[in-house]
Write a protein that binds this ligand. Structure first.
Ligand code: 4AD
Ligand code: MG
Length: 433
């Protein structure tokens, strides 16, 4: 009889059966004549149990195993209410696939963040890292389902570009056959073009910012989920954003309950935070609120981390700060017709100090507006001619936004630093591994 090979997450469905698992030895402990092997395979961790009198030779072999040995095990799944997965494995046999050539560098106690990040390729096998990366997968899938269900077309923006979107100070320059090219800071301008062809579009793509900020919320390479919609105004834009955020949280909570439990995330709080609608607060009112609560900030200032933390706490859920000062924002945003010192834009600030989750706006849709706004931002119109064409041929009111995927994951997982939410973080001082 051939043994059924399953993954650890499916073990609870196989109680009483003999099964085969393929994975790695996560940890090991023994007490006298009984040995406990924690086995992992990426889908979960299960405890394998072996007693010496039952199989003395196998017991001796198990006793010699070192951490991260890859191995194939067979055994009988037994119910065990104390185990997180509800079951354990009575070992029958195992074969070693590869024995590590040195002790595994990540012991399961304490390391400095620097050491862990230097060993990211190995660190990711341990502890909280697997649940976080599985939640990341669920977030990506939720974003795609949401947009698919709402009639959006998936599209792409190029990474190599000839212009800036979000200002010229955070551009990475690369040599493009003797000319300067830049790594894309946002797919937005290109999505505006595809939206004029396809109506409603989105992508999840990598974007690059030469951010000199060394904070827990900044990476130099990160993934953005961006949407762009023809015939959509500022109000409709916010409405879609809040629905997306609630949808992602609800999908992840449903699909990844076990991982969230391993991370000790307060799921009830998270679900409460995404009850709709999210508050909309005028930027001027937000400044006043901050001032009245002892913060030093004035009209025209960007929010810093303490301001974002205060706003998130004050409202207890994500909050839109809208009608931002024109001076704070990039060239492409549409001015508020009621007050040209403001733009029809909003930042969505997360609760619990996770910072800005989304930046979005209605876009300037006339040639005249864009020409003068490019000039105000000291940008030459030449490389933007293709973008200006979108305002020459059937321009329509349109809006869009970009969601920072890493910050979204950090908030959902309750992890303080976004470097843990991406397999290989790129930061001002990190290009290895
Ligand atoms: O607010 P941002 O800069 O907006 C844009 O780039 C627009 N062009 C998007 C659009 O309208 N299509 O960036 C969007 C989001 C931020 O709200 C934040 O969550 C995240 O991207 N973000 C970062 N995440 C990690 N590291 C960084 N350095 C980030 N910079 C922005
Ligand atoms: Mg922003």
């Amino acid at each position: 009889m051939t043994m059924r090979t399953i993954t650890i997450d499916k073990a609870p469905l196989s109680v009483g059966e003999e099964i085969t698992l393929r994975g790695w030895l996560y940890s090991k402990r023994s007490s006298g004549k009984i040995i406990f092997l924690q086995l992992r395979d990426g889908t979960g961790v299960i405890q394998g149990v072996l007693t010496e009198p039952d199989a003395p030779k196998l017991f001796a072999a198990a006793d010699r195993l070192t951490r991260e040995t890859s191995l194939i095990v067979t055994g009988t799944v037994r119910e065990d209410r104390r185990a997180p997965s509800g079951c354990e494995l009575q070992l029958i046999d195992f074969t070693v696939v590869h024995e590590p050539t040195a002790p595994f560098p990540i012991d399961l106690t304490e390391h400095t963040p620097g050491f862990l990040m230097d060993h990211r390729h190995l660190w990711m096998r341990t502890g909280r890292q697997v649940p976080i990366l599985r939640i990341r997968d669920a977030v990506f899938r939720a974003v795609r389902s949401f947009f698919y269900e709402h009639g959006f077309v998936a599209t792409e923006a190029p990474i190599l570009t000839g212009t800036s979107v979000e200002g010229t100070t955070t551009l990475f320059t690369v040599d493009y056959f003797g000319e300067d090219a830049y790594l894309g800071q946002s797919g937005q301008l290109y999505l505006e073009a595809t939206a004029m062809a396809l109506g409603k579009v989105y992508w999840i793509g990598p974007v690059f910012r030469a951010e000199k900020s060394k904070t827990r919320k900044h990476l130099t390479e990160f993934w953005m989920a961006e949407a762009e919609m023809a015939y959509c105004d500022h109000t409709e834009n916010l409405h879609l954003q809040e629905k997306l955020v609630a949808y992602i949280v609800e999908a992840v909570v449903q699909e990844r309950r076990e991982e969230l439990a391993l991370l000790k995330r307060d799921v009830d709080r998270l679900v409460e935070e995404v009850s709709l609608p999210f508050p909309r607060v005028d930027y001027a009112a937000a400044i006043e609120l901050l001032q009245n609560n002892g913060h030093e900030i004035s009209f025209g200032d960007d929010f810093g981390a303490p301001h974002e933390a205060f706003l998130g706490d004050h409202f207890g859920k994500p909050v839109f700060i809208e009608r931002l000062p024109t001076s704070m924002k990039p060239f492409y945003m549409k001015r508020d017709p009621a007050d040209p010192a403001r733009v029809l834009a909003a930042d969505l600030i997360a609760p619990e100090g996770y910072g800005e989750l989304i930046g979005g706006s209605q876009r300037a849709d006339s040639l005249e507006e864009l020409h003068s706004q490019l000039a105000e931002n000291h940008l030459s119109p030449e490389p933007y001619e293709w973008y200006l064409d979108l305002r020459r041929y059937g321009s329509v009111p349109h809006s869009g936004f970009g969601l920072g995927v890493a910050r979204m994951i950090a908030w959902i997982c309750g992890v303080p630093h976004i470097r843990e939410t991406i397999p290989f973080a790129r930061q001002i001082n990190r290009l290895y591994p």
